[in-house]
Each structure stands twice: as C-alpha cells, then as structure tokens.
Write a protein that binds this ligand. Structure first.
Ligand code: ZN
Length: 140
C-alpha cells in the first residue's frame, strides 16, 4: 500500500483508450474484463475484436477477482532503481476464474512459497491519487 506522504516513483500504466477504461474500473476497486456479447468469451488484454467469433460487440464484465497462480518468475536483480527495495519480487501470471490471464504481483507470501494453482484473490493498491493497481494475495 502506498504511503500518502510519499511519492510513488515506479512506472505507471498509460491510461488511454480501453486500457484506460480498465484502470478506471480498478480505481473504483472493480476488476473488469472485456466479454464478447455475441459468444460470451472473456478476454484480456483489451482489444476491439473477439478472437473466437470475430464480433466487435463487447461489454465490461465484472470478475470475481478470484483465480490461481498460472506461472511466475522471481526478479532477483534490480532492473530499475525504483524497485531496489522490492527485490526479490515476483512477476506472476494469474488465471482468473473467468479464464482470462493477467500479469501482476502476488504479495503477502514469501516468493519461495509460491506454487502452481495457488488460490489467490485481487486486492486494489491505490498507488497514487489517480492510479490503482490490481495485485493478488493468497486466499486464506
Ligand atoms: Zn465472441
């Protein structure tokens, strides 16, 4: 959780177009993904057309926020100076119950305890007044 008295210095997502809409929902602490309104297939990352049926019709559908660890890696080296205090940290692929996968962090667990299919749920980290990042933690 970002301390309101500090300035967040890590890279922030660009909030334009449909990606911006995704982060606007995160700001409201809602995890939503595109869902095709023709064939009901969920998708992420945001894009105009359904890869399954070719439809351009879609909606922002609310995710349960629950999923499992699909894969991860642990960063041991500092690639950007803003992450010095975070190493080692994990970059994880989360598979949500709806079937979509997204890259995030799993926190509240030692990196060595991460495992495939670990049940996790989203929480929303308000890193700046404008930006909220979806992160995940184990379901206890
Ligand atoms: Zn479709």
């Amino acid at each position: 959780m970002a301390d309101a008295t500090t300035t967040y210095k890590k890279p922030l997502p660009k909030r334009r177009g449909v990606a911006g809409q995704f982060y606007d929902f995160c700001k409201k602490h809602e995890l939503r993904f595109q869902r095709c309104t023709s064939c009901q297939t969920w998708r992420h990352v945001p894009r105009d057309m359904c890869a399954k049926c070719g439809s351009f019709d879609w909606e922002w559908a609310k995710s349960s926020g629950k999923g499992k660890v699909y894969s991860w890696t642990t960063a041991e080296q500092v690639m950007l100076p803003q992450f010095t205090s975070d190493v080692p940290y994990n970059a994880s692929i989360i598979e949500l119950e709806e079937g979509v996968r997204m890259v995030s962090w799993v926190i509240d667990i030692p990196n060595d305890d991460l495992r495939l299919d670990l049940p996790v749920e989203v929480f929303f980290d308000d890193v700046t007044p404008e930006v909220t990042l979806p992160k995940f933690r184990p379901i206890k």
